[in-house]
Design a protein around this ligand. Structure first.
Ligand code: GDP
Ligand code: IMO
Ligand code: MG
Length: 430
């Protein structure tokens, strides 16, 4: 069984919690895109762990974690994360593997990311400032430096010198900041190269062999489909394919090997960073959702923008990824809200649309057409049995499932591992 788990909105849907839960039945957990822009929160007992680059499955003992070729790796951040886990008595040696063809985030990528955002002013993307965009840009422009390049010192030095000839000009003359000395980066990265060497291998080979041996595989998406560089609200997106398609190109596993796509969705919507958000609530209700849901970024700490559940957005996600089921999180956050709404259409220039428009100008002026649902006063916090949910909560869940045309397999009612309603486990129930 090969399962892809993706975010269906603009990230932070609770993928970490759901992947951690499902990892119990997986042998391998694989990251296929993004980098340490991701922040996946896992709560085990009283302990909260936020993972950025390391596959969530590694928190479960005996599981193997893989960072695929589609991920961009900042080796310093990776080593820090390994050290943090070590302090928690989670040893990843011998069970974490990194693709030799993954691209590296270099110090100049982060500098360009930050400077470019400053230059854009009001038009800024609101990136996480981790150098993600410039690292993927270099990959596509064929200037990228891959993990395997670190082990051919002369070639690595040459690439670095060539890249910096151009980049230093931009840094000094366009952004008017200090240039980088290739020798400093060379020395710094050779130290990382030695430290990460035990983890590096041909992960495509490893994964395909594991599948041949009948292992259970979970492919862990970062971000969400509406941050996908091809399918998201471009240009307010990240720079990778965060949808299910990325799982194939980002790991070297052929598309016909995947069995199911589970999409994680919040019971409402959030977004960090800039970009259109038709169902956004800028009033007291938005504030209530942010406070009750603890909606502050796991990577940057920024307050998340909040809004009602957007059925057009998630229906599009279901279609693009040919999703097989949904995991709905944070139902408990809606407890006690007298009336809950779902965005079921966009009004643009007096016309009601039932599909998300692609043009940014349309998305920016879209007004949400809302359908209202009565709330519930009972607490759903920590509920593990569907039958124990209030009637109005069930009605709300059924409406979501119908509107987005996808079955719900999992309902999460708290941040804790066990506090979940599992109607169907994709690994163990057919
Ligand atoms: P990810 O990036 O998709 O993994 O999500 P984040 O970890 O960035 O953000 C989700 C937040 O919601 C985290 O703080 C989780 O601990 C929390 N969370 C996940 N599921 C639930 C839930 O069902 N209820 C509540 N109250 N919190 C949840
Ligand atoms: P997880 O995996 C939410 C957003 C940034 C910004 C845009 C581009 O935790 O769901 P980038 O640094 O990637 O160039 O920023 O994408 N973004 C996320 N938003 N969750 C994430 O990851 C995100 N990763 C990037 O806020 O709007
Ligand atoms: Mg997150």
């Amino acid at each position: 069984m090969n399962l892809i788990v993706i975010g269906t909105q603009w990230g932070d849907e609770g993928k970490g919690k759901i992947v951690d839960l499902l990892s119990e039945d997986a042998d391998y957990v694989v990251r296929y895109q993004g980098g340490h822009n991701a922040g996946h929160t896992i709560v085990i007992g009283d302990k909260k762990i936020v993972l950025h680059l390391i596959p969530t499955g590694l928190l479960q003992p005996g599981k193997t974690g893989v960072i695929g070729n589609g991920v961009v790796i900042n080796p310093e951040a990776l080593l820090q994360e390994i050290a943090t886990l070590c302090k928690e008595n989670i040893d990843v040696s011998g069970r974490l593997f990194i693709s030799e063809t993954a691209h590296l985030i270099m110090p100049y990528h982060q500098r360009i990311d930050l400077e470019s955002e400053k230059t854009k002013g009001k038009q800024k993307i609101g990136t996480t400032g981790r150098g993600i965009g410039p690292a993927y840009a270099d990959k596509m422009a064929r200037n990228g430096i891959r993990v395997c390049d670190l082990y051919d010192a002369e070639r690595f030095r040459e690439k670095l010198e060539t890249n910096l000839k151009e980049i230093n000009l931009i840094l000094e003359q366009v952004y008017q900041v200090e240039a980088f000395d290739p020798e400093d980066i060379f020395k710094e990265y050779l130290v990382y190269a030695e430290k990460i060497k035990p983890y590096v291998l041909n992960t495509s080979l490893l994964l395909n062999q594991a599948m041949d041996d009948g292992k259970q595989m979970l492919f862990e998406g970062a971000q969400g489909t509406h941050l996908d560089v091809d399918h998201g609200t471009y240009p307010f997106v990240t720079s990778s394919n965060s949808g299910a398609g990325g799982a194939s190109t980002g790991t070297g596993v052929g598309p016909t090997r995947f069995d199911e796509v589970l999409g994680v969705t919040k019971a409402y919507t959030t977004r960090v960073g800039s970009g259109p958000f038709p169902a956004e609530l800028t009033d007291q209700m938005g504030e209530t959702l942010r406070e009750k849901g603890g909606e502050f970024g796991a990577t940057t700490g920024r307050p998340r923008r909040c809004g009602w559940f957007d059925a057009l957005q998630v229906r599009q996600t279901v279609r693009i990824n040919h999703m097989t089921s949904l995991a709905l999180t944070k139902l408990d956050v809606l407890d006690g809200i007298p009336e809950i709404s779902i965005c079921v259409g966009y009004e643009v220039d007096g016309k009601v649309l039932d599909e998300m428009p692609t043009a940014l100008s349309h998305l920016e002026k879209a007004k949400p057409v809302l359908r209202h649902f009565p709330g519930w006063t009972e607490s759903t916090y920590g509920v593990t049995d569907y039958e124990k949910l209030p009637k109005n909560a069930k009605t709300y869940l059924e409406a979501i499932s119908t509107l987005v045309a996808c079955r719900i397999d999992i309902i999460s009612t708290s941040s804790k591992r066990g506090e979940t309603i599992v109607l169907r486990n994709p690994f163990t129930d057919k």
